[in-house]
Design a protein around this ligand. Structure first.
Ligand code: CA
Length: 231
């Protein structure tokens, strides 16, 4: 299998070396960048498939790097943050990052994120524009405006259906609470976020009604939700 080319952006040489060694030993191809400026340069010249981006760089704000790269590339960006504050991750996700890792992270966590990203890339590359979305047992017929779990049609309220569509259209990505409420309600007030939690709870209940105990929607406490790409 053609392994991904990964751009590792990290200013701390010890962490950069650890990541490089891990990627090498798992047959990933990679290039590294120690600064924001070199990250943007590598992103445009090396044409990586995935970017691992440390948010705390000496020369540039990580969020600005994401915004810049998103002007020409949709490659998955996994941000790495040492800061415990959720606001950094949320800003990065809202700027267009796909996923995040919090330092300190284990080698297994890093590899798991890369495998998930690879599944998502394959899904994006092989799926032609279609009115039918399919993920595991879940199917959405956008043209008909309804959803199934296996053979069973899901009885969703219009709001639950809209929410499911937003999650499906961004499968594999961590979506922030404000991104989702903006898409579903067109605003991001405290009460929209409270409503989102309620609608998400009922939607998840309906999605877990199948025979298999597949988890379709993952909660990121204080950050948001993600629809997992089920194998
Ligand atoms: Ca750093």
């Amino acid at each position: 299998m053609n392994k991904l080319l990964i751009l590792v952006v990290e200013d701390d040489p010890a962490i950069r070396n650890l990541m490089a060694t891990t990627l090498k030993s798992h047959n990933y191809r990679f290039v590294t960048a120690p600064t924001g400026a070199s990250a943007i340069m590598q992103a445009s010249t090396a044409q990586p498939d995935v970017m691992l981006l440390d948010l705390g760089l000496p020369d540039m704000d990580g969020v600005d790097i994401i915004r810049k790269i998103r002007t020409w590339s949709q490659m998955p960006i996994i941000v790495i943050s040492a800061r415990a504050e959720d606001t950094d991750k949320i800003d990065a996700l809202d700027a267009g990052a796909d996923d995040y890792l919090t330092k300190p992270f284990s080698v297994e966590e890093l590899l798991a994120r890369l495998r998930a990203t690879q599944r998502r890339l394959q899904f994006m590359q092989t799926s032609t524009p279609s009115p039918i979305f399919s993920n595991g047992q879940l199917k959405i017929d956008y043209a008909a405006g309804c959803a199934w779990l296996g053979e069973q049609q899901l009885h969703l309220t219009p709001m639950e259906y809209k929410l499911l569509c937003v999650m499906a259209q961004n499968v594999g990505k961590v979506l922030t609470l404000s991104f989702i409420t903006q898409k579903v309600w067109g605003s991001t007030t405290e009460s929209d976020i409270a409503s989102l939690r309620v609608f998400m709870a009922t939607l998840r209940k309906k999605l877990s009604a199948g025979k298999e105990d597949t988890q379709y929607i993952q909660t990121h406490i204080g950050v948001g939700y993600r629809m997992l790409k089920v194998e």
